[in-house]
Ligand binder design. Structure first.
Ligand code: NDP
Length: 247
């Protein structure tokens, strides 16, 4: 059931997060939008409300534990509880290692890994206590398959795969009923390529996305499907991409 669930979406200001927030709101969820660009969040929240949905927003930098804690508190204060979090915020400044973009390596670790840790730390006490909750995380096919230029990005997404699997296993062992779902998208047309500063890499990836990319609503559909399952059922993983992309 999605109706009336309280769901936080990180990275909700564009792309997959925005599409997912809009879809879940249409299906009756109470949505809490988080990202750094709060002007975009405000616009999305207003549109959701105009269309009869329920959405609030808060500026969120996922690298800050305090920000993650604050958005969970906002969800509880406004809607009375928290049922699910979609850990979606991420960036992909791919480059060859020899280009030595070490600042970007650390940025990816901070957002794609530590952002996930901070989000889980923010919801886990409530989920454990209420013996229910759903953590959905956006990994990538880059978390399943290595490719040149994606050493650090892929590493951060492999981390998500491992972390989410252990979260699922421990929740099962501990009887907390916390559901854990990991999504592995392939080429999805969003603002993600805008995070690539290496010209050659940006060019090559743009060509791939021009050839294969599909809409972020495709990922929103599977997030909604996972949340919609009965509480005793976990959909553990989804790999989703363009039908014509060989990955
Ligand atoms: P977008 O660039 O459109 O969205 C990324 C979102 O992350 C934005 O809302 C951005 O908002 C947010 N974000 C970035 N840094 C931070 C931060 N420090 N704190 C909070 N929010 C942040 O790209 P996508 O929709 O494609 O990306 C969403 C996720 O999907 C990412 O984790 C990405 O790795 C993953 N993915 C995407 C694929 C694709 O082909 N598009 C394929 C596989 C995985 P703001 O700038 O306002 O903070």
């Amino acid at each position: 059931m999605i109706e009336d669930k309280v769901i936080i979406v990180t990275g909700a200001s564009s792309g997959i997060g925005e599409a997912t927030a809009r879809l879940l709101a249409r299906q009756g969820a109470n949505i809490v939008l988080g990202a750094r660009r709060d002007d975009k969040l405000k616009q999305i929240a207003v549109e959701i409300e105009t269309n009869g949905g329920r959405a609030i927003y808060r500026q969120l930098d996922v690298t800050s534990q305090a920000d993650n804690d604050a958005i969970v508190k906002l969800a509880k204060d406004t809607f009375g509880r928290i049922d699910a979090i979609f850990l979606n915020a991420g960036l992909m400044p791919n480059s060859p290692l020899s280009a030595m973009r070490t600042h970007e390596w650390h940025q990816m670790v901070d957002v794609n890994i530590k952002g996930v840790l901070n989000g889980v730390a923010a919801v886990l006490p409530a989920f454990t206590e209420q013996k229910s909750g759903h953590v959905i995380a956006n990994s990538s096919v880059a978390g399943l398959k290595a490719y040149p230029g994606g050493a650090v990005y892929g590493g951060t997404k492999w981390f998500v795969k491992d972390f989410m699997e252990v979260l699922r296993m421990e929740a099962a062992q501990e009887g907390t009923n916390i559901r854990a779902t990991t999504i592995y998208p392939a080429a999805i047309n969003t603002e993600l390529l805008g995070t690539i500063s290496h010209a050659g890499m940006a060019d090559a990836m743009q060509k791939t996305y021009d050839k294969y990319g599909i809409a972020p609503e495709r990922i929103a559909n599977v997030v909604a499907f996972a949340i919609d399952q009965p509480e005793d059922t976990t959909i553990n993983e989804f790999t989703v991409g363009p039908a014509n992309q060989p990955w």
